[in-house]
Structure formats: structure tokens, C-alpha cells
Design a protein around this ligand. Structure first.
Ligand SMILES: NC(=O)c1ccc[n+]([C@@H]2O[C@H](COP(=O)([O-])OP(=O)(O)OC[C@H]3O[C@@H](n4cnc5c(N)ncnc54)[C@H](O)[C@@H]3O)[C@@H](O)[C@H]2O)c1
Length: 307
């Protein structure tokens, strides 16, 4: 059997270490680069702990090699995924170094959350092999990866990326235009904008918004997508509802003043202990555990090591 593609992951933080785990669990060789020694040094232990937590063999981490030199990490890679901090200049610099050191046939991907892939890749000599791969946290439990096509991405690069991700058990979808927020974050933040507007207008409090979502359409969403739902109720009814409702929905094009106020007051959420809600350390841990358990029960672990 042909050897599996070798993967270089740039940035060994939350996402990079998680992405490395997915490929290691599927038997790929993974070179994991981080510029910060502490992040590099702790990566293998974090990957082993997370493998165990999702019921896989911690020894799968043995195919992951941490690197302190970018050029060495990418030299033998067939596929490079960048998961460094969300900073355009940093990502552009990294891709210049990656292009100089990687094989000319390697596919180059960024895991940016919101920066256009076209901007990140604008300095590359060969942009045909550059794509976006937008993973979700935690990468080893959430199945989706959005594969973003720029106007210069080749069909071959997009197809190879989709196939590679599918081979490690991901639900890989193509985003045919390099637009802000891709697909998932556009949908997610359209909902958050309205949720914040409802609280800001005094219609209800934050708890009520979250209760409404979790006890109604939120509970159906994993098995009933919005457009399946539109068909289920009828496109005619959907059009009628939109005729009445859309003029009344929030259409702000800037962050809500309510959100500005939270940030200015230092109410930053978990990291300050207060945001829309107050959070003790125990409450934060309990919520994280609830989410992880739900994702594990819904999706299980990624493809286990087979060879
Ligand atoms: N956290 C999420 O839920 C999420 C989801 C999807 C995409 N993303 C995107 O993934 C990327 C990484 O996010 P994260 O949450 O893993 O951040 P993180 O802070 O956990 O990890 C970033 C890592 O990059 C390392 N780093 C710093 N400078 C570097 C350099 N010059 N070269 C290589 N590595 C360097 C840091 O040491 C750190 O380990 C960002 O672009 C982010 O927007 C994050």
C-alpha cells in the first residue's frame, strides 16, 4: 500500500495539536512546528491526553514529531496546514517561508477563522496549490472542515484536499468562493447578532435566549438543517414568514453597542469570570465537559489507527 501523505502542521496550539491528532490517529506521519518552545514541548503530551480522552490509543501520537525549525518541518510534507495565530502579516510571512522550503507539489492550507485565504496567500509564487481548510474546535470531535477555494486554487488541489480530509473521517465541504466567515461562521454569527439584539432591546435576558434555542430548533439542528427545514414546512410558508419577519430582524453592520459595553466593562466571558453570565471555574469546567460529552456522543472519535 502506498505510504500515506506526510502532514506538516504549523502552530501547535489548540487547533494545530488537534489537527495533528486527527492525522496521527489515521496513521499519517505528522511534523508539528511551533515557534514557541513551551507549545512545542507540551504538544505531544496534550495529543496523548486527548487521544485517551476520546478513547483512542495514546501511542498513535508516536507518528508526530515536534519541530523548532519551520523549513525542516515542511521539507518532506505532502500537505501543510497552518494554524498559527490569527494575524495576517504573520501568516503571510509563514507562507513565504513554507513555499521556500516545501516540495513544489505540496498543498498549502491555512486554518484561518476569518482572514480571506486570497490575502494570506497573495505573496506566493504558485497560488494554484493554496487553499483554506477551516476546522472546528475540537478538530478531533467536530467532523466539519470547510475547504475554501480561491480564484487561483486548482481543481486538483481542491480535490486532493477534500479526499485527504474524507480519508481521515472528516466531513469536508467545498466553499466555492473565498468570502468572510466562509459558510459556518456566517450562519453562526447571523444568529448571534440577532441573539444579542434581543437582549439589548430588553425582549429577554441571555438565559432566555439560550433556553429558547436549546429547547427548540437548536435541539433539531444536528439532524435537520435550515434548508431541509424550509422544505419540510414548505418554501411557500417560508416565503410568507420572511415577508413579515425579515424587515423586523437586526441588520446592523457593526458590532452591537451592547457588546461594546460588555468588552469596555471587562466582562469578557470565561476569561474574566463574567460576560453575558457570571462563571465560576467549576461552572466553566462543567460547561466544557457537557459540550465534549455531547460531541463524543454525537460523532464519536475520528478514524482510529488501522495500521
Ligand atoms: N480556536 C478555535 O476555535 C479556532 C477554530 C477554527 C480556526 N481557528 C484558527 O486557527 C488558528 C490557530 O488558532 P488556535 O485557537 O489554535 O490558537 P492558539 O493560540 O491555541 O495556537 C497558536 C499557536 O501558534 C504558535 N505560534 C506563535 N507564533 C508562531 C509562529 N511564528 N510560527 C508558528 N507557530 C506560532 C503559538 O505558540 C501557539 O501554540 C488561528 O488562525 C485561528 O483563528 C481557531
Amino acid at each position: 500500500m502506498a505510504e500515506k501523505p506526510a502532514i506538516a502542521v504549523i502552530g501547535a496550539g489548540l487547533m494545530g495539536a488537534g489537527i495533528a491528532l486527527v492525522f496521527a490517529a489515521a496513521g499519517h506521519r505528522v511534523m508539528l512546528f511551533d515557534a514557541i518552545e513551551g507549545a512545542r514541548g507540551s504538544a505531544l503530551a496534550r495529543i496523548r491526553d486527548n487521544l485517551t480522552a476520546i478513547g483512542l490509543d495514546a501511542n498513535a501520537a508516536s507518528t508526530v514529531t515536534p519541530h523548532g525549525q519551520l523549513a525542516a518541518a515542511v521539507a518532506e510534507a505532502d500537505f501543510v496546514i497552518e494554524a498559527a495565530p490569527e494575524d495576517l502579516a504573520l501568516k503571510q510571512q509563514l507562507f513565504a517561508e513554507i513555499e521556500a522550503a516545501a516540495s513544489p507539489t505540496a498543498i498549502l492550507a491555512s486554518n484561518t477563522s476569518v482572514i480571506p485565504i486570497t490575502s494570506i496567500m497573495e505573496g506566493l509564487r504558485d497560488k494554484t496549490r493554496a487553499v483554506g481548510t477551516h476546522w472546528w474546535n475540537p478538530p478531533y470531535l467536530v467532523p466539519l472542515v470547510e475547504v475554501i477555494r480561491t480564484v487561483e486554487s486548482s481543481d486538483a488541489a481542491i480535490e486532493a484536499t477534500l479526499a485527504l480530509l474524507a480519508s481521515v473521517g472528516k466531513t469536508a465541504v467545498e466553499v466555492k468562493r473565498d468570502i468572510p466567515g466562509f459558510i459556518g461562521n456566517r450562519l453562526q454569527h447571523a444568529l448571534w447578532r440577532e441573539a444579542i439584539a434581543l437582549v439589548a432591546a430588553g425582549v429577554c435576558d441571555a438565559r432566555t435566549v439560550d433556553d429558547v434555542v436549546k429547547s427548540s430548533f437548536g435541539a433539531r439542528l444536528a439532524v435537520l438543517g435550515p434548508l431541509e427545514n424550509a422544505d419540510l414546512v414548505g418554501t411557500d410558508l417560508t416565503r410568507s414568514i420572511h415577508g413579515y419577519l425579515l424587515p423586523a430582524l437586526d441588520r446592523s453592520t457593526v458590532p452591537s453597542p451592547y457588546l461594546d459595553q460588555l468588552v469596555e466593562q471587562g466582562r469578557l466571558g470565561f476569561k474574566s469570570g463574567e460576560g453575558f453570565y457570571s462563571w465560576t471555574a467549576e461552572q466553566q469546567a462543567a460547561l466544557r465537559e457537557r459540550v465534549t460529552n455531547h460531541l463524543k456522543a454525537s460523532f464519536g472519535a475520528p478514524t482510529p489507527t488501522t495500521e
